[in-house]
Design a protein around this ligand. Structure first.
Ligand code: NAD
Ligand code: 6OD
Length: 484
């Protein structure tokens, strides 16, 4: 049985107890994981502090950038190890992890090694009574020890999305991966060591949230800032923890994202994009679409075409090239998703496709499988239409004009992402300008440029990361006033 340990001060460290990690594909126990207690969390934070005050704190941005590039090379050199670990933890198709998760894990380090060279600053010439003047300029200093709390859906991609800019800015980190996906963050510790990143700069503590490593870490007063990706409710708990000590937080949280399909869209592109946004990663992407609004003349045709496309997504083992969709992350998450499937039926939804658990071979019977599902006919007030399900499902509803489409899109507590499908340029700008979301894609979905602002409006987030926004969060601005 594989044992996954904490990574503290460059060493493998045992925990206070073990917990089991099961495969989402067939329910087998694939590893036991060392849960960090208060002692290990404290040791990790102290190691991060010592590294900050040691040689790491004296490196230039250029020198840190070289180390980050070595980490990116290290991930690529061990691509197959990362791939196997990510697929084992998540059950996602190998093709998806090969094309997205692992390459982005490496690319995040390269992107922030470059971006940190453009650290934003400011300079003011100030007049003084004696006429000699003064110069005010700002320098950016590391914010300190950063707690990085991660979810399970894109484990390496989302951990490195925060670790890379933090390290680029000169911070040190303690990462708390999701209890569901402990492996790739741990492997990254080995890569950090091999790349020559000083010990203590990158630490990993394993465990759960409340009453476990997550809570211990966010409440630890040696942590200077907290960056979090996960559910909105968890984000609120983390914000409360951060209030003690008035520490900064960056919160990337849930969504109930709309897609607006106008009758003048490129039909094939809209179907392909919506298929991906609803069902990629088994619907477990925060940016994914769960509400599809289609201009009425196209409604029936679009719904039927999306149904036909969804029915091509065959569930199967990650390494089978015919697999179109993997399982959900866990039985616990499956119970949540299935409860929405049942609620949709009880509320009178038309189940266009799916709506249950697929027929699967007996050796996968303990896996967390659900069918890709499309509904129509639910009222907008239904919890199925209002709450984040985080599964491979969407509700499709018609709209009659642009105004109604915008109203429907914005009628949500969330505001993470939206996609708009139209060939009318003026409409694209008009609609994008009025959607209350942090990210609006027009005629695309999840098209990323790491220099852009990433984050959510309303209950989907606080703050922005990406490009200069990451550099701002992971640094403290210091103004220096020089009397001339
Ligand atoms: P989650 O909130 O349950 O857990 C996220 C992390 O927080 C885990 O590591 C967990 O152990 C930890 N945690 C839980 N309670 C905690 C506490 N009280 N104190 C400290 N840590 C705690 O989320 P999840 O189920 O892992 O991920 C799915 C959710 O993440 C969805 O809501 C999804 O939309 C969201 N998400 C958002 C983004 C984004 O960029 N906005 C990206 C990916 C996922
Ligand atoms: O691509 C990214 O940088 C990012 N933060 C993606 C988030 C995906 C949510 O599941």
């Amino acid at each position: 049985m594989q044992e996954i340990l904490n990574h503290i001060d460059g060493e493998r460290v045992a925990g206070v107890r073990w917990f089991e990690k099961r495969s989402p594909v067939d329910g087998r126990v694939i590893a036991r994981v060392a849960e960090a207690g208060a002692g290990q969390v404290d040791a990790a934070v102290r190691a991060a502090r010592a590294a900050l005050e040691g040689p790491w704190g004296r490196l230039s941005a250029g020198e840190r950038g070289e180390l980050l590039r070595a980490v990116a090379r290290g991930i690529r050199d061990r691509f197959d190890d990362f791939l196997a670990a990510e697929v084992a933890d998540t059950g996602k198709p190998v093709k998806l992890a090969r094309e997205i998760d692992i390459p982005r894990g490496a690319a995040n380090f390269e992107a922030f090694a470059d971006l940190v060279k453009q650290m934003p600053t400011e300079l003011f010439e100030t007049s003084t009574a004696d006429g000699r003047g003064a110069l005010n300029y700002a320098v950016r200093k590391p914010v300190g020890v950063v707690a990085v709390i991660c979810p399970w859906n894109l484990p390496l991609l989302l951990a490195t999305w925060k670790v890379a800019p933090a390290l680029a800015c000169g911070d040190t980190v303690v990462v708390k991966p999701s209890e569901e996906t402990p492996q790739t963050a741990t492997l990254l510790g080995e890569v950090m060591n091999a790349a020559g990143v000083p010990r203590g700069v990158y630490n990993v503590v394993h465990g759960f949230g409340p009453d476990s490593a997550g809570e211990l870490l966010t409440k630890h007063r040696g942590v200077d800032a907290i960056t979090f990706t996960g559910e909105t409710r968890t984000g609120a708990a983390i914000m409360r923890a951060a209030a003690d000590g008035a520490r900064p937080v960056s919160l990337e949280m849930g969504g109930k994202n709309p897609a607006l399909i106008f009758a003048d869209c490129d039909f094939e592109a809209a179907i392909e994009g919506t298929l991906r946004s609803c069902f990629a990663n088994c619907g477990q992407i925060c940016l994914g679409t769960e509400r599809v609004y289609v201009e009425r003349p196209l409604f029936a045709r679009f719904t039927q075409a999306l149904k036909a496309a969804a029915e091509t997504l065959k569930p199967g083992k990650p390494d089978d090239p015919a697999t179109g969709i993997g399982p959900l992350i866990s039985q616990e998450h499956r119970r949540k998703v299935v409860s929405y499937y049942e609620m949709a039926r009880a509320e009178g939804a038309t189940v266009v496709t799916g709506g249950g658990v697929p027929r699967i071979p007996p050796d996968l019977a303990e896996g967390a499988w659900v069918e890709p599902t499309i509904w129509t006919g639910l009222p907008e007030s239904s919890p199925v239409v209002r709450e984040e399900i985080f599964g491979p499902c969407c509700h499709v509803a018609p709209f009659d004009d642009e105004e109604e489409a915008i109203r429907l899109a914005n009628d949500t507590a969330y505001g993470l992402a939206a996609s708009v499908w139209t060939t009318n340029l003026q409409r694209a700008h008009r609609v994008a300008g009025r959607i209350e979301a942090g990210i609006v894609w027009v005629n695309s979905w999840y098209l990323r440029d790491l220099r852009t602002a990433f984050g959510g409006a309303k209950q989907s987030g606080i703050g922005r990361e990406g490009g200069v926004h990451s550099l701002e969060f992971y640094t403290e601005l210091r103004n220096v006033c020089i009397k001339l």
